[in-house]
Design a protein around this ligand. Sequence first.
Ligand SMILES: [Zn+2]
Length: 131
Amino acid sequence: MTNDKEMVDRLGDCGYEDGDWRCREGGYLWYAGDGEGFDPTDCSYLCPHCRTHDYLEAAKDEAESCSHYSNNGSSGTGLDIWKAAESKAVEANRPEAIKALVMLGPVSALEGDDSSEGYSVVMCNTQQMKP
Ligand SMILES: [Zn+2]
């Protein structure tokens, strides 16, 4: 399986760990806590360390299109999604996160509320962080 080996060298499996989550080939996170190994077709979670830009770009899309979510007992707004992703990315790979934040520019995160639209827009990432 030489192709797999090349893939590993090129991208992913950077050694990043976050609790029971691990990076795997391709730069995706998988859940190691249940001992079942990873599903190679599951590409739901980008690694914030080796795919920082993609990770933040996906979070931006989500924050700008989702005003409220709830999932397995946790819930929040688009604004929560963005803030969590931003701090995770900065923690995982600060230099890459700062570069990606500059490239992505302002984020119009949605925050669900009781207004007639059901949400308001909160501008994020409007100030550049110092490296
Ligand atoms: Zn990684």
